[in-house]
Design a protein around this ligand. Structure first.
Ligand code: PLP
Length: 377
């Protein structure tokens, strides 16, 4: 083991989630968002597993750089780039066969100009703003653009899409409003050959009428529901573990770590774990986080340091080299991601994206050929 703190990804569970979702969406196209290093699960490894599973039709990334990493890893699935288009990146986007998002007539003309120069075609998705107000055209503007595009031979219209602002909860009136607005735009183009897509994880789970031609569930594929509820068929794949690196007994009324934010109330055992905010373990979990060692839950004692943290294990038997579970894919075996995110005052999405730097990624499960590898890029 090169490093005593690591992320463990269960690829069997991940692939099972994909199959469960595929079964539930029927013939609808399935786009897997793998942005932000596949929600911290490893961009290339997760994308390869998805491609081999044969149940995913598309991958979604946020930027050129992520798309290039996938092409260089030999991924051949279609890839759509969700992020706003940057003019200087257009040649590289085209060269790597990445499908771009168009959010204005101006951007469409930039892409067209480049296609004419290179004498090639570029696959594009037109993004419509139905209420998220992040990127995307108002539906009336999108109507005009779609009409204009039908005459542009070099712009190959592949999809039209929008994004939900509030579909992470069931029966949300604004989510229904967004579906309606998207449907209204679609109804103006009964003969247009394009993939219409809107649903994120919330849409897939809670709004079946939002599925259209393709769905884009991210969080759900990684094993979590956006409203924090549980689904017996959807299982987390992500664990965070480390090995105890040090152990000592301290007397009562002793301060632990920087600033002595924690004081022992008795003679107790303090163990040191080689992971800190330098690895993305949030400092806000100081005196709040919990970990599991030998099946028992223990509190984090004092401030989390850059590279280490301390745990008060009381009189429990713990030895150097014992495995500490900081996040567990299996809630029976340690704190869940949801629990840790809640204690850190954030959401599972941000928590998953936080872990980085020195941490290794270990892929487990029968379908992982490589048992240990770090694919941090
Ligand atoms: C991130 C993202 C998704 C996936 O969202 P989840 O809430 O993780 O399902 C879908 N579509 C777009 C455009 C995104 O940026």
């Amino acid at each position: 083991m090169l490093h005593p703190a690591w992320i463990e990804i269960d690829l069997d569970r991940f692939q099972k989630n994909l199959k469960v979702i595929r079964k539930r969406i029927g013939p609808t196209l399935f786009c897997l968002p793998v942005k932000a290093d596949a929600y911290g699960h490893g961009l290339a490894e997760i994308s390869k597993t998805a491609e081999e599973s044969c149940v995913v039709d598309y991958l979604g990334v946020s930027c050129l750089r992520e798309g290039v990493i996938l092409r260089e890893a030999g991924i051949s699935l279609p890839i759509v780039v969700f992020g706003a288009l940057h003019e200087d990146q257009i040649p590289d986007l085209i060269r790597h066969r990445l499908e771009v998002t168009i959010s204005s007539r101006f951007k469409a003309e930039l892409v067209l100009k480049e296609c004419l120069r290179l004498q090639t075609k570029c696959p594009v998705h037109v993004e419509v703003d139905t209420g998220m107000h992040r990127t995307g055209m108002r539906t009336e503007t999108a109507r005009d653009l779609l009409n204009w595009m039908s005459d542009q031979k070099h712009l190959e219209l592949v999809g039209v899409y929008s994004h939900f602002a509030t579909a992470d909860r069931r029966q949300n009136p604004f989510a229904f409003q967004q579906i309606e607005e998207f449907q209204r735009l679609k109804s103006y183009f009964p003969d247009l050959s394009a993939i219409w897509h809107l649903a994120n994880s919330g849409g897939v789970m809670f709004y079946p009428e939002s599925h259209f031609d393709m769905v884009r569930p991210g969080l759900l594929c990684y094993g979590y529901l956006p409203d924090g509820s549980q689904d017996p068929e959807i299982l987390p794949c992500f664990s965070l573990k480390a090995k105890v690196s040090y152990f000592k007994v301290v007397g009562p009324n002793q301060g632990i770590s920087y600033g002595h934010l924690y004081r022992t109330d008795r003679k107790t055992r303090i163990v040191t774990v080689p992971i800190g905010y330098g690895d993305g373990y949030h400092r806000s979990l100081s005196n709040r986080g919990i970990v599991s060692i030998r099946g028992k839950t223990h509190p984090i004692a004092g401030a989390i340091c850059m590279d280490q943290l301390m745990v008060d294990v009381g009189n429990a038997e713990v030895f150097v080299g014992d495995v500490v579970t900081l996040v567990s894919a299996d809630p029976q075996k340690g704190p869940s991601l949801e629990q840790i995110a809640h204690l850190a005052n954030t959401i599972p999405y941000e928590m998953l994206c936080s872990f980085h730097g020195r941490l290794m990624r270990k892929y487990v499960g029968s379908i992982s050929q490589k048992s240990e590898k770090s694919d941090m890029s």
